[in-house]
Design a protein around this ligand. Structure first.
Ligand SMILES: *[C@@H]1O[C@H](CO)[C@@H](O)[C@H](O)[C@H]1NC(C)=O
Ligand SMILES: *[C@@H]1O[C@H](CO)[C@@H](O)[C@H](O)[C@H]1NC(C)=O
Ligand SMILES: *[C@@H]1O[C@H](CO)[C@@H](O)[C@H](O)[C@H]1NC(C)=O
Ligand SMILES: *[C@@H]1O[C@H](CO)[C@@H](O)[C@H](O)[C@H]1NC(C)=O
Ligand SMILES: *[C@@H]1O[C@H](CO)[C@@H](O)[C@H](O)[C@H]1NC(C)=O
Ligand SMILES: *[C@@H]1O[C@H](CO)[C@@H](O)[C@H](O)[C@H]1NC(C)=O
Length: 342
């Protein structure tokens, strides 16, 4: 008898645990899957926010469940596979291309910046294409020109053709960027053009460069040739030998006007995907160039330019009526321009 009871007891002991364990097992699976879901989502959110940094105003959150590939979907609209009319992209036909534009002002380092970008094997930045009046006559001539550039059908010494991964050009504020901003922003949004703003903080140095450059347009100091950019220290010395007179009575208003224009263009183009760069920061900090390459999703490379700065050293060496300028700016918010090195 005792044995039977024992067996029965044993039986109940054996039978009971299997009844409990599915529940425990289910709980564990449930907890594990909840943890996994949360983890995957947190990774996704982190990647989206990192990805969207330069693009805060342009985030489009879809209703789709957030899975690991959601980052790629987010990025997709900004890549293109252009089919140029004038040539075949050959072995690079399957490489995605990104569209960009450098929006800047004269004498703000954009020429130098563009040579740096063009030293990248996969960048075609086609220069100041809207310096030609006919191309910016009206909005439709502007958009036609943009189509041609972004379809890779624009030819300049910078075109890399087949294997371009980023194609663009530089565009000065006074070349239609402001006048036709509504149509241009629409175009940039529709075609996912990324905007690189490049400005110069020191407007006094910029003014010296403008005056010297426009003087040289007529004086042609380098053996009868006008040059806006130079490649040797000797040439820089010759060009900086000219010291411009600065009209101090219009100086402050000129700076204010420039600051207004810059803040205006940033407002107009606020909704585009963009970054804002300053010439002085690029000069000081080369990791900024890495940031630019990341912004354009390019493989990172060392970028080089042969250009040499024309007006280096203290500003007092480069302005004829220095005392006058000093007196004008002393005690104003523009006094800082006098002391900085770039
Ligand atoms: C724009 O300018 C071009 C010439 O550059 C001209 O042929 C065209 O008719 C103009 N379009 C409009 C809408 O004014
Ligand atoms: C960059 O260009 C090289 C050839 O010059 C090509 O092999 C490579 O695939 C290109 N990279 C991208 C990302 O397009
Ligand atoms: C100007 O020409 C002279 C002689 O032709 C040459 O030695 C010199 O290097 C040239 N200078 C520049 C800045 O091109
Ligand atoms: C200097 O600027 C003032 C104010 O804008 C202007 O009236 C004057 O004609 C300018 N002088 C020269 C030499 O350009
Ligand atoms: C250089 O630029 C990078 C990227 O913008 C920034 O993180 C870093 O703090 C800068 N370094 C200096 C010394 O300004
Ligand atoms: C600047 O202004 C201060 C008084 O506000 C004066 O003491 C100083 O000498 C001025 N500096 C120059 C270079 O004019």
């Amino acid at each position: 008898m005792a044995e039977v009871i024992y067996l029965l007891n044993k039986d109940t002991l054996i039978v009971k645990p299997p009844k409990k364990s599915p529940l425990v097992y289910r709980m564990i699976v449930l907890a594990f899957s909840m943890f996994c879901g949360l983890y995957v989502c947190s990774i996704c959110l982190k990647q989206i926010s990192r990805h969207a940094k330069p693009n805060l105003l342009n985030i489009q959150i879809t209703e789709e469940p957030c899975e690991l590939h959601c980052v790629k979907q987010f990025d997709k609209p900004s890549i293109h596979y252009p089919k140029p009319k004038t040539f075949s992209r050959a072995e690079c036909a399957d490489n995605p291309v990104r569209y960009f534009v450098i929006i800047s002002t004269q004498r703000s380092g954009s020429g130098w910046f563009e040579t740096l970008l063009n030293s990248h094997a996969n960048v075609s930045s086609n220069g100041e294409i809207f310096s030609i009046m006919d191309r910016r006559k009206n909005a439709s001539s502007i958009l036609q020109t943009l189509d041609k550039v972004y379809n890779l059908d624009w030819f300049s010494s910078a075109s890399k053709n087949e294997c371009s991964a980023a194609v663009g050009f530089k565009w000065m504020l006074n070349q239609g960027v402001m006048d036709h901003h509504i149509e241009i922003v629409q175009y940039f949004t529709r075609r996912h053009v990324s905007v690189i703003f490049l400005f110069r903080r020191n407007l006094l140095r910029r003014m010296v460069s403008m005056l010297a450059n426009s003087f040289d347009r007529y004086a042609k100091l380098l053996n009868g040739t006008h040059k806006s950019h130079v490649h040797s220290p000797q040439e820089a010395v010759i060009l900086s030998g000219y010291k411009p007179m600065i009209n101090s009575s219009s100086l402050i208003n000129g700076f204010k006007e420039m600051e207004r224009t810059v803040s205006e263009v940033l407002t107009y183009y606020d909704t585009t995907r963009h970054i804002v760069l300053y010439y002085e920061d690029l000069m000081k900090n080369w990791t900024k160039l890495k940031e630019v390459q990341e912004f354009l999703n390019l493989p990172t490379m060392d970028l080089r330019s042969r250009q040499i700065k024309i007006h280096s050293g203290p500003l007092s060496d480069h302005i004829k009526n220095w005392d006058d300028v000093l007196k004008t700016l002393n005690g104003t918010s523009y006094e800082r321009f006098i002391h900085t090195d770039y």
